[in-house]
Write a protein that binds this ligand. Structure first.
Ligand SMILES: NC(=O)c1ccc[n+]([C@@H]2O[C@H](COP(=O)([O-])OP(=O)(O)OC[C@H]3O[C@@H](n4cnc5c(N)ncnc54)[C@H](OP(=O)(O)O)[C@@H]3O)[C@@H](O)[C@H]2O)c1
Length: 341
């Protein structure tokens, strides 16, 4: 039985959901991968906990002050880091130091925050390549919606010509409310904030930066592009008026905030802005907090995925999908549950 030790840096909604889901799946990991999975370290910005024997959920509220930071994770000797701290694409955020340290040490790393991947993605890929560590990013690339997996696995062997992604749940929710209920932007935003569907400061979503971050990660990690934020023209939804929505409605068009990418013989261009779709288009029918991606390839035609999931559970599950891919690589092919001993 392989012992697999996990550390989680960033222990808010997503970090904690990931820890709970991981612990609930330990028996399955034992049966399917013959892996004894232990959560050996967790930390927030100022406190944490380390136990090489494994931390159980009843201790999650007893973090000790002072136990935090990349050196703390290093000292836990974990095999795998899950990074779930705040996203900041302008600086890389606190996650950058954790991810650098883990990859440099050869520790497989599952990244959920977007900031470090946007800010320093190339450097992190190079660190992973140099140390042989696996770098997995599903949680940061629209989480429950499969994106990079489609490019790395399902559509491999064909050339991607175009990607359209409804990658931000909040803006889709707002545009959907404006379209279905005839609300103005401010009114829809107030409703969304009251219902807990939008942040108190929603600009990262409404100005298109979250969509841009995800599109850039999908392009750089899924297609090997080398885009920076400066390469993307980014437009949000804050200037969409009730009158524009009404005019689109009259024409039978539905507006969506879309991350759009074209690939012309390796020249990749990306942007974020409003695109409108006729009612018969699958992207016009992505409702509420759902997300979607359409990938057009030369040989496999069009693939559309539409997905949602209850947050933060869905993001935790996406991170643990990455974890299972690491387990498969480390522990070999999974044993079907009915044949497990
Ligand atoms: N919410 C979602 O459904 C979702 C979906 C996809 C991706 N994400 C990404 O997942 C990440 C986490 O989201 P969340 O909703 O869990 O956020 P959150 O509840 O605000 O949690 C953030 C956590 O990061 C910790 N943190 C801050 N600075 C740190 C540092 N220097 N070292 C260690 N930990 C530090 C915070 O610690 P303190 O509590 O001590 O401040 C907190 O525990 C974000 O990057 C977000 O963009 C979230």
């Amino acid at each position: 039985m392989n012992v697999i030790r996990i550390a989680i840096a960033g222990f808010g909604g997503v970090g904690r959901a990931t820890a709970n889901l991981l612990l609930s799946r330990r028996e399955a990991y034992r049966q399917v991968y013959r892996a004894d999975v232990r959560l050996v370290a967790i930390c927030g910005s100022r406190s944490g906990m380390m136990d090489v024997g494994g931390i159980e959920a009843d201790r999650f509220d007893s973090l000790e002050p002072g136990l935090s930071g990349p050196d703390f994770i290093e000292a836990s000797d974990a095999d795998i880091l899950v990074e779930a701290g705040p996203s900041d694409f302008r600086t890389g955020g606190p996650g950058l130091a954790y991810i650098r340290s883990a990859l440099s040490a050869g520790r497989d790393t599952i990244v959920i925050s977007k900031g470090a991947l946007v800010h320093s993605g190339r450097e992190l890929q190079a660190l992973a390549q140099a140390s042989g560590a696996m770098l997995k990013i599903s949680g940061a690339a629209a989480a429950a919606l499969p994106t990079v997996d489609l490019l790395e696995h399902s559509l491999k062997g064909s050339e991607v010509l175009e990607i359209e992604g409804i990658l931000n749940a909040t803006t889709n929710f707002l545009l959907d409310a404006m379209t279905a209920q005839g609300l103005g932007f401010d009114e829809a935003l107030r409703q969304a904030q009251t219902g807990g569907f939008a942040e108190a400061d929603p600009r990262n979503d409404t100005e298109g930066w979250d969509t841009a971050s995800k599109l850039l990660i999908i392009a750089n990690f899924g297609l090997g592009a080398e885009l920076t934020m400066d390469d993307l023209a980014v437009e949000g939804i804050q200037s969409v008026t009730r009158e524009r929505i009404e005019a689109w409605h009259v024409q039978g068009l539905v507006p969506k905030l879309v991350g759009h990418l074209t690939n012309s013989n390796g020249e990749i261009r990306a942007s974020v802005g409003i695109r409108t779709y006729p009612l018969a288009d699958p992207l016009a029918n992505v409702r509420g907090k759902d997300k979607a991606i359409r990938i057009t390839t030369d040989a496999m035609g069009e693939t559309v995925a539409i997905g949602a999931g209850r947050e933060p559970l869905a993001t935790a599950a996406a991170a643990l999908k990455d974890f299972e891919h690491i387990l498969m690589a480390r522990c070999g092919r999974p044993t079907p549950p009915e044949k497990a001993s």
